[in-house]
Write a protein that binds this ligand. Sequence first.
Ligand code: AMP
Length: 287
Amino acid sequence: MQIIRSIRSMQAAARKIAGSGKTIGLVPTMGYLHRGHQSLIVRAAKLADVVIASVFVNPSQFGPGEDFKTYPRDEKGDIARIAEALGKKKARTAIVFAPKAIDIYPDDFETWVTVEKLSQTLEGKARPGHFRGVTTIVAKLFNITRPDVVVFGLKDYQQAMVLSRMTRDLGYPIKFVIAPTVREKDGLAMSSRNAYLDDLGRWEATCLYYSLRTAREMVRSGVADTRVLLREMKAVIKATCPSANVDYIAFTDFKTLKPVKTVTTGTICSLAVRVHGVRLIDNLKLA
Ligand code: AMP
């Protein structure tokens, strides 16, 4: 596996791969990799000849007072997990692109990419400027690595939708793949931020998935009114994690992200909850 830190070297390597007729599968990450990330890497390896995993904690997608400084980092562990996911043969040709923040954002950096409307709701509303940072870094990664395929996780559902729109709108010739959420045995969606939780917090963090599963069960038994679902989800969260702070619970159309009052085919429920001070997000398709 090759570790590349400079933008120029990454561009040269990508040109070389393309020149030899091979395809590139890109998996952008912020590191501290877990099985969720590994599943994306495995998927990329199935769809492309060479896998590039980027590891970059992107400062521009964190708001003031958010966890940029404390975000967990473990480059050695990340490299080991990428190798583990790929197996010996694919790992030999894989590239980890781990640029420096100063190279990605030089002091006079002033060009941003924004997906205007889709970025304004849910996570965008709760974290102003977040998606501008995400779309800008991912556009830069696309330009630097020239992938044929990219794989993102459904765990960050809105992010996947925003980036898929950006990919289409800007005309990138890239196949855009969204992979399912990988969960712990008790249903908690894997996340690098789970590392912030202590034992009790880790246990109570199941409140997100329990509430989503409750909503899905209710939908399956005939309830379609989102007000009823919302009430029940809040009750489940309160019962599982009494100190939880619900940031939002939203019922939207999967493709348009527009809010819905009644659950129909394609309705997805997304939520953000603070568990013992740690902000967690999750989502589930309800029908
Ligand atoms: P992050 O490192 O958190 O920025 O995530 C990098 C990529 O991994 C994004 O496309 C995420 O949606 C995806 N991802 C994060 N957690 C999971 C998970 N539990 N299952 C599947 N994909 C995930």
